[in-house]
Design a protein around this ligand. Structure first.
Ligand code: ZN
Length: 69
C-alpha cells in the first residue's frame, strides 16, 4: 500500500502547499494546519467534542447542529 500521507504536496481540502500536514478527523483527507484548525473549531461545536464523528466521511454542518440545539 502506497503511503499517500507523506507523498502528498497539497492540502486535500484547500489546495495549499503542505508545510505541515495532519489527517482529517472526519475523513481520509490529508490537510494543512489551517484546515486542521477549522476542524478543531467544528469539533468544539459538536455535542460530544466531535468524538462520534471520527472518520464519518464528511464534514459535519455545524450551523445545522446549532440549529438543532
Ligand atoms: Zn488546507
Amino acid at each position: 500500500m502506497e503511503d499517500k500521507f507523506f507523498s502528498k504536496k497539497y492540502c486535500d481540502r484547500c489546495g495549499n502547499v503542505l508545510d505541515a500536514r495532519t489527517m482529517s478527523w472526519f475523513n481520509d483527507d490529508t490537510i494543512c494546519m489551517n484546515c486542521s484548525d477549522k476542524e478543531s473549531a467544528i469539533k468544539k461545536k459538536l455535542q460530544d467534542g466531535g468524538k462520534s464523528y471520527e472518520g464519518c466521511g464528511y464534514i459535519p454542518d455545524v450551523n445545522k447542529q446549532e440549529a438543532i440545539k
